[in-house]
Design a binder for this molecule. Structure first.
Ligand SMILES: Nc1nc2c(ncn2[C@@H]2O[C@H](COP(=O)(O)OP(=O)(O)OP(=O)(O)O)[C@@H](O)[C@H]2O)c(=O)[nH]1
Ligand SMILES: [Zn+2]
Length: 207
């Protein structure tokens, strides 16, 4: 989505970011970090690492520079009034507490509004990606996606469920690999009607 990233070269337009991406600063910080953990950043294997990490961070935090609402601009007047659900969208995000990954799957569903406006299926996965590519907590990632759907599509109902494993809980700290966290954000009819919510959750959680 590089073409959707106006701040990549330090341009003024920003979305989730409060400043442009500064590759030189990121490189210098990684070099400092290597020294701080007791490594030699000038040894053969690490010489290119600061530049590589800066490039990798540019990529994994690209969603800071992308406009979520424009992703959902592709809309079709299908007149479809029933549920649309995309399950098992792979998610890779970064825990903002420890800057290590959390990863799993997202399920995104909605019931179109009275106009029957629907968006392209891939756009649901694009919105997931966009918000995942920011420093995140799982709860905010989940509700950011639901709120973007509500803003752009004015659906009768929307739901986002994310199931993820946090490496900050697996590889360090409490060390519980395999523990998964499930978060949900429900809007509209999925919130007010237990029957509708039950139906969609049944589809989402069916293995
Ligand atoms: N609610 C929520 N908590 C998260 C998420 N990602 C990581 N955390 C938690 O953030 C908390 C940070 O706790 P702190 O006590 O400040 O940091 P810490 O000493 O590294 O904590 P431990 O991980 O328990 O070792 C931990 O309990 C993490 O499990 C998330 O997406 N949502
Ligand atoms: Zn963490």
């Amino acid at each position: 989505m590089a073409q959707d990233s106006p701040a990549q070269d330090g341009a003024a337009v920003k979305y989730g970011a409060v400043g442009p991406f500064d590759a030189a600063r990121a490189e210098a910080a990684v070099r400092e970090l290597l020294i701080a953990v007791g490594e030699d950043p000038d040894r053969e294997g690490l010489r290119e690492t600061p530049a590589r990490v800066a490039r990798a961070y540019r990529e994994v935090f690209d969603g800071l520079f992308s406009e979520p609402d424009s992703v959902l601009n592709t809309v079709f007047d299908e007149g479809h009034q029933e549920m649309i659900l995309v399950r098992d969208i792979p998610v890779y995000s970064t825990c903002e507490h420890h800057l290590v990954p959390f990863h799993g799957v997202a399920h995104v569903g909605y019931i179109p509004g009275t106009s029957g406006k629907v968006t392209g299926l891939s756009k649901l996965a694009r919105v997931v990606d966009l918000y995942a590519k920011r420093p995140q907590v799982q709860e905010r990632l989940t509700s950011d996606i639901a709120d973007a759907l509500v803003r752009k599509l004015q659906p009768r109902a929307a739901i986002v469920v994310i199931e993820a494993e946090h490496l900050c809980m697996s590889m360090r700290g409490i060390r519980k690999p395999g523990a998964t966290t499930t978060t949900s954000a429900v809007r509209g009819l999925f919130k007010t009607s237990a029957v509708s919510r039950g139906e969609v959750l049944d589809l989402i959680l069916r293995k």
